[in-house]
Design a protein around this ligand. Structure first.
Ligand code: 9MJ
Length: 686
């Protein structure tokens, strides 16, 4: 990190600042191990910006201030790849993986068991090439057709995990690195949450979000997106820098300042390959990014050269693909589902098809903008994708297969459930049924939410039962639930007297709740558990929340103007106030909470739960932590206070260790919860 001395103290300061900022970037974005606090980083960057503004002749293209440049005037230029960006042959099962090892052994005339392979996760993003001359990034390009790509240097320069200047004193005159640009799950969710809060379009998956971001001409857009780069190949390097193996080159790339996958492993023989593919398949769910398989490469570079290429793919590498998560099928019809807040979601009714072992017959189309983006019509052939346990998505329409008899998908003018008018407010993406709780669909969804585990937790009141109660008009509002009598309930088909008695008993138990659960149960748009807790901690009592102005709502930690608006509008509606009064009338109550900003024992701390806990469910652990003032997050960062690691904890645990975040097991968590939950300071005043 040492900066060379010059005669001019300003130049010295500029050099030192750049070195400090580069080191901080490297530690944060490549090593996941931040070295300085954010405020310190901001201070250094501001100081460098000031000095560069005063001395513009000192600005260099590799300065950390120069990541976001001007958009190219005439679109992206064509870039010829000096070495073709080849695709990889695929293997879909163990036999094909073993056949790959056998072919390699035959060509090399060696014993299969002795061959070393470098195995890597197969990232599902966009392949790019980066060219460095004398250590400086001079060109970044997409893969394109493998021979010609698009020059997207300005966009790639904005990724902080891509070094603008290689690390080290002795550098190759030429280096071409290839790797994948992708978006992490946590980055993707945050981006979509922000888009939703603004009422703008959401991305269907992290890959689309990454691709969409790199396609923008204005590099300011890519700079604002959580894109990451992981290196996986050296395409060109000076002879003197060549290493004997691919894995040694990967290590060299790390030393130059690139991120290479921490999952990389060198194995021997076909058994090693098969074990790696299996273990990667198991670890897949725990990674914070999408992978669609494993890439298996002969490690020895001399052997790679000897093996050479067949047509478009190297003989020394193979992509093992996890079972297909994508399939083609046909949209037979589109229906509109009405959600809790009246939002109409178009759902494609598909010709049933098997995707990764599950029959898929529906896929969400999100909203009308998404339909327009996909250019989807009824009777179109589409590619659908099922990843993990998420709802199947439509990836694209196969336009070449479009038949003559397609029909446009149109938003109905009336709610398909209650016939009320459908409205689309201003430039909001979503269309909504204007029927409110008059609409049985909204009523059903609102009641399901009200009864759900994290809300009033009414045991035994499932989806089917709620549907039956609403259809018979026995229940119109949440308060009606508490007026149900066991004798009447027992009249329902398949409802034994004992189940009816149990339901009434659990309703009786749920009547006594907490204020935070009650507020969450009301189903105010964008008010989740965390916001409900924050409101209670801030205001203490319901009446103060109901009467709060927008400005005072915005003063609550983590509540912005949009959520403040939703809360304010909700309590401004007379019928919502009546619902609340009615609930209180039928005996729903909670203990009073101490008013004000009294600190809870874990206030200000962010916790992460990972792996399987033995005695607690994740929801229970979360609820108990939140009740003590903690925030519970899905991803580990340097701001995480502690990570609770259960059985089979994966990448989050690893990340916590890398970042030096405290890790505790379930026993330690239970001890801490018990200690605080029984302490007088955490008791509610009554
Ligand atoms: C991905 N997609 O993660 C390669 N890849 O190597 C890895 N792709 C590759 N390696 C040579 N890890 C051509 C493509």
């Amino acid at each position: 990190m040492c900066a060379k001395k010059s005669a001019d103290p300003i130049i010295d300061e500029i050099r030192t600042l750049r070195a400090q900022l580069e080191q901080a970037n490297y530690r944060y974005y490549v090593e996941d191990a931040p070295s300085i606090p954010d405020v310190e980083y901001d201070r250094l960057l501001r100081r460098l910006q000031e000095l560069e503004a005063e001395h513009p002749e000192q600005v260099t293209p590799d300065s950390p201030t120069q990541r976001v440049g001007a958009p190219p005037a005439e679109g992206f230029p064509e870039v010829q790849h000096a070495v073709a960006m080849l695709s990889l042959d695929n293997a879909f099962d163990e036999q094909e993986v073993r056949a790959f090892a056998r072919r390699v052994a035959e060509r090399l005339e060696t014993d299969e068991q002795g061959i070393r392979f470098c195995c890597e996760p197969k990232l599902d993003g966009l392949a790019v090439s980066l060219v460095y001359e004398n250590g400086l990034l001079v060109q970044g390009a997409t893969r394109g057709d493998g021979r010609t790509g698009e020059g997207i240097t300005a966009n790639l320069r904005t990724l902080k995990s891509i070094p603008l200047k290689l690390r080290g004193d002795h550098l190759p005159a030429l280096l071409e690195v290839r790797g994948e640009v992708y978006m992490s799950h946590s980055g993707f969710e945050k981006l979509n949450d922000e888009a939703r809060a603004r009422g703008s379009k959401v991305f269907a998956n992290p890959r689309n979000a990454a691709a969409g971001s790199l396609r923008q001409l204005d590099p300011g857009i890519a700079a604002a997106r959580p894109l990451e780069f992981c290196a996986y190949q050296v395409a060109r390097i000076d002879e003197a820098w060549l290493r004997p193996s691919h894995s040694a080159l990967m290590q060299q790339l790390r030393e130059f300042g690139f991120r290479a996958s921490p999952e990389i492993d060198v194995v021997t023989g076909a058994d090693g390959l098969v074990d790696f593919c299996e273990s990667m398949g198991k670890r897949r769910e725990q990674l914070d990014y999408d992978i669609d398989g494993a890439v298996l490469k002969v490690d020895d570079l001399r052997a790679q050269r000897e093996l050479g290429f067949v047509s478009r793919a190297p003989r020394w590498a193979m992509a093992f693909k996890f079972p297909a998560q994508e399939q083609t099928t046909v949209i037979r019809d589109v229906t509109f589902q009405v959600g809790r807040t009246g939002r109409l979601t178009p759902v494609a009714r598909l010709e049933p098809v098997q995707v990764a072992g599950v029959t898929v017959s529906n896929a969400t189309l999100h909203n009308m903008d998404e339909i327009k983006r996909l250019d989807a019509r009824i009777n179109d052939t589409v590619i659908i994708r099922r990843a993990g346990d998420v709802i199947p998505q439509i990836v694209s329409v196969v336009l070449d297969a479009r038949p003559e008899d397609t029909r446009a998908i149109e938003m109905p003018e009336q709610c398909p459930v209650c016939d009320s008018r459908v409205e689309r407010l201003g430039d909001e993406v979503d269309a909504r049924c204007s029927g409110g709780l008059f609409c049985p669909a909204q009523r059903k969804e609102a009641l399901k939410h009200f009864a759900s585990r994290r809300a009033l937790d009414i045991d035994g009141l499932g989806t089917k039962l709620i549907d039956a109660l609403v259809e018979r008009e026995w229940v119109k509002t949440p308060a009606d639930l508490f007026r149900l009598e066991a004798v009447k309930l027992a009249e329902l088909p398949r409802m034994a007297q004992k189940s009816a008695d149990n339901l009434v008993a659990s309703l009786e138990r749920s009547r006594h709740t907490t204020l935070a659960r009650f507020i969450y149960a009301l189903g105010i748009t964008e008010v989740g558990e965390a916001t409900a807790n924050a409101l209670v901690l801030h205001f203490g009592e319901l009446q103060r929340i109901m009467d709060a102005s927008r400005a005072s709502l915005e003063a609550v930690a983590d509540i912005g103007p949009i959520v403040a608006g939703h809360i304010h509008n909700f309590f401004a509606e007379a019928h919502n106030r009546e619902t609340i009064e009615d609930l209180i009338r039928v005996g729903v109550d909670w203990e009073e909470v101490e008013v004000g900003e009294r600190e809870q024992p874990l206030t200000g701390q962010t916790w992460v739960l990972t792996g399987t806990l033995e005695t607690l469910t994740r929801d229970e652990a979360k609820a108990r932590l939140v009740a003590l003032g903690a925030k519970v997050s899905g991803s580990v960062s340097k701001k995480t206070h502690a990570v609770v690691a259960g059985e089979a904890a994966g990448s989050k645990l690893e990340k916590a260790r890398q970042l030096g975040v405290e890790v505790m097991d379930e026993q330690a968590l239970l001890a801490l919860l018990n200690q605080h939950e029984s302490a007088p300071s955490s008791e509610n005043a009554s």
